[in-house]
Design a protein around this ligand. Structure first.
Ligand code: PEP
Length: 253
């Protein structure tokens, strides 16, 4: 049984003091959640205050990105050991906003994944097609290239530590969600790729999240799909009531 995982990506929102206050509210509201693993990803400068505010709660900390080197002359970058020391468990890599605005390639994502695993951090690897790629019937080939690129050179044991987030780019921040069926067929396809490359046990253990305009009113239907193990939530993770409702999705069956 894969434990459900709901992760909030705060993107470039909230100053450190706002983030601390918000995290304290979240800790009060959903900080005893155990059945679902809850993760929040504030901007780098808010990691420490948020960590302090989450102390004693079950909510875990993630960063939104990392560099792949452990230290050195890389102005402006933040390394995996730094993220580990401030208390991160997870790190998002390959988010479509980073691919689009900062030219992040599959090769860069792969280096980041390897660097994170080296220090015991768990990557949340984002993949997903753009609208024109979906319309051209390229969804599966795009996702295949991104998944294989991100996991290139990894062994089965390492892959069992990663989380994959399927985020169709046309659904991120647009209010346009993939239907549970659209998401589910890509999730099943990704699990099939993992099975082919790393075996059934690994494929069955890796959590595959859906991301793209997840809201309180669509989370229950998405989570009813067998291959959807959780959600990566942007906009709706910025308010306590909407994020809490998503974390407390209704389990079917
Ligand atoms: C995201 O940032 O990963 C995301 C899915 O954003 P939103 O929920 O706002 O679409």
């Amino acid at each position: 049984m894969r434990q459900a995982l709901i992760a909030g990506n705060w993107k470039m929102h909230k100053t450190p003091s706002e983030a601390r206050a918000f995290a304290a509210e979240l800790a009060r509201e959903i900080g005893r959640e155990r059945e679902t693993e809850v993760v929040v990803a504030p901007p780098f400068v808010s990691l420490l205050p948020v960590k302090e505010a989450l102390q004693g709660s079950s909510i875990k900390l993630a960063a939104q990105d990392t560099f792949w080197e452990m230290e050195g002359a890389f102005t402006g970058e933040v390394s995996p050991p730094m993220l580990k020391e401030v208390g991160c468990h997870y790190v998002i890599v390959g988010h479509s906003e980073r691919r689009t605005h900062f030219g992040e390639s599959d090769e860069a994502v792969n280096k980041k994944v390897k660097a994170l695993l080296k220090v015991g951090l768990r990557p949340i690897i984002c993949v997903g097609e753009r609208l024109e790629q979906r319309e051209a019937g390229q969804t599966f080939s795009v996702v295949k290239g991104q998944v294989e690129g991100a996991l290139d050179g990894l062994g089965a044991q390492e892959v069992s530590e990663v989380v994959i987030a399927y985020e169709p780019v046309w659904a991120i921040g647009t209010g346009r969600t993939a239907t549970p069926q659209q998401a589910s067929e890509v999730h099943a396809y990704i699990r099939g790729l993992l099975k082919e490359a790393f075996g059934e046990e690994v494929a069955e253990g890796v959590r595959i999240l859906y991301g793209g305009s997840v809201k309180p009113d669509n989370i229950d239907d998405l989570m009813a799909e067998a291959d959807i193990d959780g959600a990566l939530v942007g906009g709706a993770s910025l308010k306590v009531d909407s994020f809490s409702r998503i974390v407390r999705f209704r389990r079917s069956g």
